[in-house]
Design a protein around this ligand. Structure first.
Ligand code: N1C
Length: 249
């Protein structure tokens, strides 16, 4: 009896794991009115199934990026670091800017956790390594690869919303600093406009040391600009979509 109970619970657990991620992926994908969501899921899965969850490099997602490539949206691309909730509240309500999460792959995988296991064809959504537990984990490698692909097509005037309530708004370990800025290319990209989000008790302004590093790291030929904008102003703009985008900062 014990053996049977064990076998049944084990089977159910495995089933449960397999079935969790796919319906969310397909559902979110279909909102982009694509008819190849099953195909994209299969390509996605190949990146991590059957692998040690600490040995999935960002290149594992190359076929996924090739199957669902990022289109350039010149002058409307929005990057960010440590401002996730605020930036998405803004882009959700207004269409002047697009983040990775407003595009197919970013939207499909936002907020999710997944990994595989050696010798298994399952997708697990629990017991996966955390962001910093090991470098080459499936979730971190996905965001690194997708962010790289988006930065590769950055063009025209590009905006980045950074957090002015921390002492290092341009943090070397962030995806924005370690991946995106390094791939911005002056042949396509004219300017980087930093929107530094401040609160009434702001600890940082545009003269911040880390922002000087950002300026130095930009490909020669990309112009740079920084504007301090209060969180209140951005919320006002989110709540009043009728206001012209150009008046937000
Ligand atoms: O490390 P970050 O910020 O600088 O990464 C943000 C940067 C953005 O410009 C995006 O293009 O990198 C891209 N990106 C995402 O779009 C994204 N969505 C969700 C990077 N990380 C993303 N996440 C999750 O946020 C990710 O799982 C990780 O935990 C955070 C990184 O956010 P951060 O440190 O504020």
């Amino acid at each position: 009896v014990i053996m049977i109970t064990l076998a049944v619970t084990l089977t159910l657990t495995l089933r449960h794991n397999t079935d969790q991620l796919k319906p969310i992926f397909i559902d979110r994908c279909k909102k982009f009115s694509r008819n190849d969501c099953e195909k994209i899921w299969d390509v996605f899965k190949q990146a991590y199934v059957g692998k040690d969850p600490c040995e999935v490099p960002m290149e594992a997602y190359d076929p996924l990026i090739a199957a669902a490539p990022f289109k350039p949206h010149c002058n409307r691309m929005m990057f960010w670091s440590k401002t996730k909730n605020l930036v998405h509240k803004f882009t959700e309500k207004r269409d002047c800017f697009l983040t990775l999460e407003d595009m197919l792959l970013g939207s499909v995988l936002d907020g999710l956790t997944w990994c595989g296991k050696e010798g298994s064809s399952e997708t697990f959504t629990t017991g996966c390594p955390g962001w910093s537990e090991c470098e080459n984990n499936p979730v971190r490698s996905f965001w690194n690869r997708a962010s790289a692909a988006l930065a590769d097509v950055a063009c025209g005037d590009v905006t980045a919303m950074l957090n002015g309530s921390i002492t290092t708004p341009f943090s070397p370990t962030s995806v924005f600093a370690s991946i995106e800025v390094k791939r911005f290319n002056a042949t396509k990209m004219k300017r980087l406009n930093v929107v530094l989000v401040t609160q009434t008790n702001a600890v940082t302004n545009c003269t911040n040391a880390s922002l000087k590093d950002l300026r130095k790291e930009l490909d020669k030929g990309i112009k740079y600009n920084c504007t301090e904008v209060t969180e209140f102003q951005i919320e006002e703009c989110s709540n009043h979509p009728e206001k012209p985008c150009g008046s937000c900062w």
